[in-house]
Design a protein around this ligand. Structure first.
Ligand code: HEC
Length: 135
């Protein structure tokens, strides 16, 4: 057998061995959820029910020391917000900006981990609404 045909045989074997790996990848991709269409309208309703107790939608800090959320997307990325909203305290264990934000609060009432924010769809709706709070 020549060296060339050995190489061809080896390549064929590799193709056969790696084929199932390709098949697995295809199945995993199929399992991913469809892209979620976030709604600023749903987000606004949630904001008024949950967040407005503590936050204003202006630049003004509220009476309990929660930052006004106007222009908040200029201060934080969507990824940052998604993690903050899920659990501020847990996120602050790995994110310096989140830690600083909590440490800078002199009022003593930190933002709690909210049950409604454990649902990613709710978080994406809220973020969609926060995007509308610009000048
Ligand atoms: C009990 C009061 C309270 C509630 C309810 C609350 N927050 Fe907060 N939030 C705070 C406080 C206080 C901070 C400042 C950081 C800290 O001390 O935890 C904060 C910080 C934030 C920040 C960072 C703001 C910035 O300028 O960096 C965002 C964004 C935010 N909250 C969004 C929300 C959203 C959206 C909701 C509703 C799902 C919500 N918060 C519910 C009190 C609250």
């Amino acid at each position: 057998m020549s060296v060339k045909s050995n190489v061809v045989t080896l390549s064929l074997c590799l193709l056969i061995i790696s084929a199932p790996a390709f098949a697995d990848e295809a199945t995993e991709t199929e399992g991913l959820p469809e892209t979620f269409a976030a709604s600023a309208e749903r987000g606004k309703a949630q904001f008024q029910a949950i967040c407005a107790h503590c936050h204003t939608t202006t630049y003004e800090e509220s009476r309990i020391g929660a930052p006004g959320l106007k222009g908040v997307l200029e201060r934080h990325s969507e990824t940052w917000l998604n993690q903050w909203l899920k659990s501020p305290e847990e996120f602050a264990q790995k994110d310096v900006a989140a830690r600083d934000l909590i440490d800078a609060n002199t009022f003593g009432l930190a933002m709690p981990t909210l049950p409604a924010m454990q649902d990613e769809h709710n978080r994406l709706d809220i973020i969609e609404y926060l995007k509308t709070l610009k000048e």
